[in-house]
Write a protein that binds this ligand. Sequence first.
Ligand code: HEM
Length: 508
Amino acid sequence: MSTTTSSLSLFNGYQILSYALVIALLAYLYFKEIFSYWKDRKIQYVSPIPLFGNLLPVFLLRRNIAEQLAELYRNTTGSIVGIFMLNRPALLIRNPDIVKKLLIKNFDHFNNRSVGAGVDHARVPNGTCGLLASQDDTWKWLRKTVTPAFSASQLKSTTSDIQNVTEKTVDFIRRSSDKISGDINIRDVCSRYSIESGCSTFFGIDPKCFSSEISPYMVVNTNLFDYRLFKRGVHIAMGFISPAISKMLGLEFFHGDSTKCFVEHVRKTMIAREDNMEYRNDYLDIIREAIESYDGEGNLLFNTVEIFVANNETLAAVLTFCCFELVKNQEIQRKLRAEILEIQKDDKSIPCEELCQLKYLECFVKEVIRMYPNVPFLDRICKKDFLLDEPQLKIEEGTSVYVSLLGIHFDPEYYPEPHVFNPDRFLNDSIDWSVYLPFGKGPRMCPAKKYSEIIIKSYLASVLTNFELTKSSRTTEKMVFHTKGFTLQPSEEVFLNMQPLNNTQTVY
Ligand code: HEM
């Protein structure tokens, strides 16, 4: 009996071993075949690791996807580099001329993003999925429809709303700074300011971020896109890393319940406007009108969520980075303040048009977004085979191409001493756009560039004319980025010291 059992378990042991060997052999052959993709095409590539491709450090949470792409950029040379996003061959573009070709000249081959390829339009409730992920004709229609919401004339009409928000911000900082030390969590301030300005400009909503400890909009904002939560981090990262897996598993780019919650707020605002016959010609009104003419699937209201997230995710971080650099560079802070005070009127107002013309302020903002490109890489997917002439390569349909802004913006070939914060490098406008791409370029570039610049400059003007920003005992020496997600975010709260300059508040 015991002999039979032991021969049986021996047999099972052999069976398991042979199954394991077969699986290992198949896996080896599979990865050998996949990973020979760039070698077969005689394109330089970075050696991948089975299962992870070139993304192991991302999965080990050593760095986020953007930092990994920048690392791949730094460690390679040449115009293009073959990489592997898990098992998917992709290209990292290192040459400015090829960047121009992909983003503008041959847009018809590269008009969509990889992230959109992972959105299952039939399953996801957000219909057109917003500009970021929508594709082809849906994207074209939506972009044309919503562009007026970002136009100069529309933005001009919201100047008084923005002025209102900056006043509330200054008041909040005065109230919230630690009474003894003057310390404040600037990231929290910037997040409140971004939500307030975005909600009022695009939706005519008052989110009450400054009158309550935590407003419902702040909660929704945190939950929608919080990649610090493990599950959300996986969902969001997979949208970029593997659209196919993302689609197969039905992963949500934005948190479903929070999306519904935000849309409910928007829906109520819309109904109230209809009841009061109110019209502001803002994003909400444009969507309201579009709903009547749109004959696609899904609910157009859902793409308001994307605007809400895109606004808060980018601006809060960039403003935090601005303040961090102001603290580190006291001389630059003084110079900026002096420039802004020169255009301040006797009644303390600072006209928005004059503010936007200030040269040094312009250079400062440019330098902050060079060093902290909050959306740190551009991503496109090849729609139809494309022949690259130098080096010769047929980029096949379905291949993702990436431009690492974090890589290019720190390339010493374009930016001498790239780690030195130096706004002067932008003084003579000599930097070519193909190596300075914080808002992307071409038909798919950020529609909110102008708006963002106004919001950032208004914030800086109000803060600089009312406070002196200095280090606190809790200010970190170095900005460290969060290792999850795909935008650049500080890994921790950012504290600094803000002492009122005088008792008079700047108005706009
Ligand atoms: C400093 C702030 C911002 C930065 C650095 C930034 C950067 C970017 C970048 C790099 C892209 C990709 C462009 C490309 O692929 O060529 C983008 C796209 C986009 N951004 Fe921004 N952005 C900012 C603020 C905003 C704000 C405030 C909003 C909304 C209110 C917004 C909405 C969008 C949308 C909807 C897209 C997708 C456009 C499309 O595919 O047609 N962004 N942004």
